[in-house]
Design a protein around this ligand. Structure first.
Ligand code: 5GP
Length: 143
């Protein structure tokens, strides 16, 4: 079964083009990382490739190495920034698997034992709290 084509007007494509705001924590030639607007835990970050990909099913395999390298970098920074003993990396492919935004992304979420996560795509966080959390992660990344 073939997946629908990549939609250039998805929300993350607009963020990459600077048409929508985001709390950026990291960027390099291939990848971009920013806070999830409805975080399941403080510091919940999304890592995306700059090149178009709907999800891992259609992604050019060459995209995946830089995205995973950035995911690792962000996971380590979130651990340090929030003194998190664990990190959840999560990724959904197609609506039936829970995908809501159709530009490939990896969720990087700090975990604290059995402390419950907030719901997926639940409540929008306060912008000031997001700004503060983004700053903590940028500081842990060394800039
Ligand atoms: P998924 O496609 O992995 O199921 O979920 C998409 C994720 O993107 C959700 O966690 C949701 O909170 C987040 N999200 C949806 N719209 C926006 C947005 O406009 N900005 C940001 N930063 N995150 C968003």
């Amino acid at each position: 079964m073939s997946a629908p084509a990549y939609d250039n007007d998805n929300i993350f494509a607009k963020i990459l083009r600077g048409e929508l705001p985001a709390h950026k924590v990291y960027e390099d030639d291939d990848t971009f990382a920013f806070l999830d607007i409805m975080p399941r835990a403080d510091g919940h970050t999304l890592v995306i490739p700059k090149r178009p990909a709907r999800n891992i099913l259609d992604a050019d395999p060459a995209l995946l190495a830089p995205v995973m390298a950035t995911t690792q970098k962000i996971a380590r920074a979130i651990m340090a920034a929030f003194a998190a003993p664990g990190i959840l990396v999560q990724q959904f492919n197609e609506a039936d698997a829970g995908q809501v935004v159709f530009h490939l992304h990896f969720h990087v979420i700090p975990r604290f034992g059995d402390q419950k996560l907030r719901p997926h795509t639940g409540q929008m966080a306060d912008q000031a709290v997001l700004a503060e959390n983004a700053e903590k992660i940028r500081a842990a990344l060394g800039g």
